[in-house]
Design a protein around this ligand. Structure first.
Ligand code: ADP
Ligand code: C5P
Ligand code: MG
Length: 215
């Protein structure tokens, strides 16, 4: 069972303490669609914890003792998706730690995951039954807008993949591997699509409407 988040159930029977099941929103969209930007705004208004798979991988890459540093580094530069065994462990640990520190923190925005079939299967293997996926928040945006935003971000981000060469590969990975995952969830009626090509505030106005209703 995940973490130490506890829920008290009062009844005449002896006090029973149950773990709260994590409630998850997957956040997907092309590179630079604005996932991170919108997640930062969501957590200011709603009680969610933002976990970015990309951020967790970059953190793991920079951890001196990590046995995966080099692998992660090369996958990121090549715009490829890191094997899920690594990513799911980082996500699981981050969720557990969050829930351990505060029993009320059981709602998660999982940003940039699941990005391919391997990610999806890894989630099913480790998390099925242990967390509920409420819906997929999908930021829809043209490839050109995505690329332009990442190149602009690249001027100050220091990211090794915000350059033209990596971006071509990231867009290919997105189209070939991530879009089919969105399509799968779409068939289940689980995708909430937001037009992400507009300004940050315009996009967030739609996000807010959605979270007021379903968050
Ligand atoms: P993602 O997490 O999807 O890769 P980010 O949230 O990091 O995207 O945004 C990518 C870049 O685009 C950042 O520099 C960010 O400031 C900028 N950005 C995000 N949303 C918008 C928007 N709606 N309009 C213009 N620029 C944006
Ligand atoms: O989401 P973000 O743009 O931060 O992801 C950067 C990179 O991290 C991806 O292009 C990919 O190489 C890696 N990543 C991954 N698996 C994920 C999320 C990110 O391999 N689920
Ligand atoms: Mg991001």
């Amino acid at each position: 069972m995940i973490g130490g988040a506890l829920r008290s159930v009062c009844s005449k029977a002896p006090r029973v303490v149950l773990a709260m099941k994590p409630q998850v929103v997957f956040v997907l969209g092309g590179p630079g669609a604005g996932k991170g930007t919108q997640c930062s705004k969501i957590i200011q208004h709603y009680s969610y914890t933002h976990l970015s798979a990309g951020d967790l991988l970059r953190e793991e890459r920079s951890r001196k003792e990590s046995e995966f540093g080099q692998l992660i580094d090369s996958y990121i530069k090549e715009g490829k998706i890191v094997p899920v065994e690594i990513t799911i462990n980082l996500l699981r640990k981050a969720m557990e730690e969050t829930m351990k520190t505060d029993e009320k923190k059981y709602r998660f925005l999982i940003d940039g995951f699941p990005r391919n079939e391997d990610n999806l299967q890894g989630w099913a293997k480790v998390m099925d039954g242990k967390a509920d996926v409420k819906f997929v928040l999908f930021f829809d945006c043209s490839n050109k807008v995505c690329i332009d935003r990442c190149l602009e971000r690249g001027k100050s981000s220091g990211r090794t993949d915000d350059n033209k060469e990596s971006l071509q590969k990231r867009i290919q990975t997105y189209l070939q591997s991530t879009r089919p995952i969105v399509d799968q969830y779409e068939k289940l009626g689980k995708v909430r699509t937001i037009d992400a090509s507009r300004s940050v505030d315009e996009v967030f106005a739609d996000v807010k409407q959605l979270f007021d209703k379903e968050g």
